[in-house]
Design a protein around this ligand. Sequence first.
Ligand code: ZN
Length: 394
Amino acid sequence: MPSPKKILPPSSPEAERRLAYFTGRRDQLISTIRDLVEIESPSDNKAAVDCVSAAVAQKFAALGGALKVHPAKDFGNHLQVDFAGKSAGKPVLLLGHYDTVYPLGTLATMPCRIVGDKMTGPGVLDMKSGIALMLHSIAALKDWHDELPRPVTVLLVSDEEVGSDSSRAITEALARKAAAVLVIEPSYGLEGAVKTARKGVGEYQVKVNGKASHAGLDFQKGVNAIVELAGQIEKITAFTDLKRGLTVNVGIINGGSRTNVVPAQAAAQVDVRIARLKDAAGIDKKMRSLRPFNRKCRLEVTGGINRPPMERTSGVAALYAKAVAIARDLGWKLGEAAVGGGSDGNFTAGLGIPTLDGLGGVGDGAHAAHEHILISELPRRAALLAGLIEAAGM
Ligand SMILES: [Zn+2]
């Protein structure tokens, strides 16, 4: 829970009215979240994700949004919803995803439940509560102004948790047309900070081909791929440069078949994180320039940087400043965080479009059995999002 010091009374009658509006609709917000959490939607199950997509589409259509389904073959369909606004001009893009990391059946052991201030369930924080916040803040703006003050585009994708391969082009195309991008992924920490920087992410595989032989009879005829890989792992690990925010993690290794065989194959999978786009080419070159220590081995390096970092550009900082002002008016101090994990906000920020991430629910345990949101934070988050939709990119 935010420390009491950070929560003050709203500083204007309008802010007070807005908080009271969403506090009065807390039960509807909870019921929307429950509807979505109770439709399980693991990224790798198209039928399941299409099911949650249809439910979400129906809710946006009821608010008067124009639906556009982007069919995907191997993943669930992606959903675009366009709302017209009073003013012309570029829309603000609300970005998120409805896939989760939890396999079908998780609800049985991780039910959607309310205990005290906590609401639990698979994907409740990441990011089905975020989708509910989008729905309710748009509904509120329509309620307050009759029509939306500006055009709004919503994009919800089906494959964010597995790298966004099938949705990336759609996200980038819509971002290019937008004045600003608001990513409704979970906020950071129990104080609900927004995310103004995210690291870029790369993945590499390093494969070593040696030569098998009998460890007893023909030891010297063998070329040990594991020994070669061990040397490469040391070299790769030394690419880490903490001062630059560049990390290289050898996360998975495999190789060999039996103890009495000189191993012919070994491989490592490597996670690379970069804080700055200008470091992408350098680390990529280092990975691709790996050469075998033992000339009798062959090395194969595949992979690359697949998400650029979201850097705290002046556009990002300006959007954050607007969010801080709205939150201050609502009576709290909104913090910011730089995080190591990527989201689709990395793509939009990478194009230079002002992007603010972490505008979704407040809670803990994303991707874990104790995933939950704090119900008492919902009215504040909805009021913040509504305010930002009005102000972003204006
Ligand atoms: Zn997420």
